[in-house]
Design a protein around this ligand. Structure first.
Ligand code: 2YJ
Length: 272
């Protein structure tokens, strides 16, 4: 799993209004609407609740990422929640969140990023939520995924969740992972659920045969320019973005990518 860097997230909060304008132009839906739809929650009910959420800094492993809790809290605040970052980190932060009346807490270490509802026990994982949120948005961008071939690059937690929802929405899933045992395991799992799915072993060939791509890999420039046309649609939860920098401007209307926004918003709506 990629560890986010301060640079990846430094502009998240200041850019949220513009981010939403661009998301609406790509998908027809705001961040709130995408997350609510991904979590199958009623938007009217959610708008009515001004829920208290605590974001807790976690020092374990490689420690605090500058701006991480501020970016998470900024997204939740933008969505209309009553959000605070605890002064204390780790276990003292949990105690502070509870004393401060938080109903939901967000916390991440180097391996796991969760949202947890202290009242209901509901829990959401960032990897799974990000996959769900991105495919909900991709479904909007593609005017439905039924019978459409979709290439999922990366069979980690985000790719697995994404592939599962693509299949559920009727898309024809192909999976490529640098580790073929990971793509085989994912495809086997989908087939067991009665979903058609295919393992791809040659990424170049797979890219040449797909217009709809989910880049859930941490590799840079994984999608070479020759495979990006006016009809290519890319949902890219993977950090860094797999589209080479010089291709991004030209195709930006058909590329969906962010470091945290869709994942955090979807996590929140999954636990409330
Ligand atoms: O509290 C902090 O500042 C740190 N403990 C945050 C750690 C953030 N964790 C990561 O970057 C993980 N690799 C998972 C992030 C998943 C984002 N899609």
């Amino acid at each position: 799993m990629t560890r986010l860097k301060a640079d990846d997230i430094s502009k998240v909060v200041a850019g949220l209004t513009q981010y939403d304008v661009e998301l609406i132009s790509k998908t027809g839906c705001s961040l709130k609407a995408i997350a609510a739809r991904a979590a199958q929650r009623d938007l009217d009910h959610i708008s009515a609740s001004r829920l208290k959420i605590a974001v807790i800094p976690v020092t374990s492993g490689q420690g605090i990422i500058g701006g991480f809790t501020a970016a998470v809290a900024g997204i939740l605040d933008y969505l209309g929640f009553d959000t605070f970052i605890t002064q204390n980190s780790d276990v003292a932060g949990i105690a502070e969140a509870i004393h401060g009346g938080a109903e939901v807490v967000f916390a991440a270490d180097d391996h796991k990023f969760i949202a947890f509802n202290l009242r209901t026990g509901a829990i959401a994982d960032n990897g799974a939520a990000t996959g769900q949120g991105y495919i909900t948005a991709l479904n909007q961008m593609c005017c439905g995924l039924t019978e459409k071939p979709v290439l999922v690059i990366g069979a980690g937690p985000v790719g697995r969740s994404a592939a599962g929802l693509v299949a559920k929405l009727g898309g024809l899933v192909s999976v490529y992972d640098i580790d073929v045992t990971a793509s085989r395991a994912l495809v086997d799992e989908l087939r067991k659920q009665g979903q058609p799915a295919k393992v791809e072993t040659d990424l170049d060939y797979a890219l040449s045969r797909h217009q709809v791509i989910v880049d859930a890999s941490p590799a840079e420039a994984v999608i070479p320019p020759r495979h990006i046309t006016e009809r290519t649609i890319i949902a890219a939860p993977g950090v860094p973005l797999g589209v080479p920098p010089e291709q991004r401007g030209k195709h930006s209307a058909r590329i969906l990518h962010d470091p945290l926004q869709i994942g955090v918003a979807t996590m929140c709506f999954l636990v409330i």
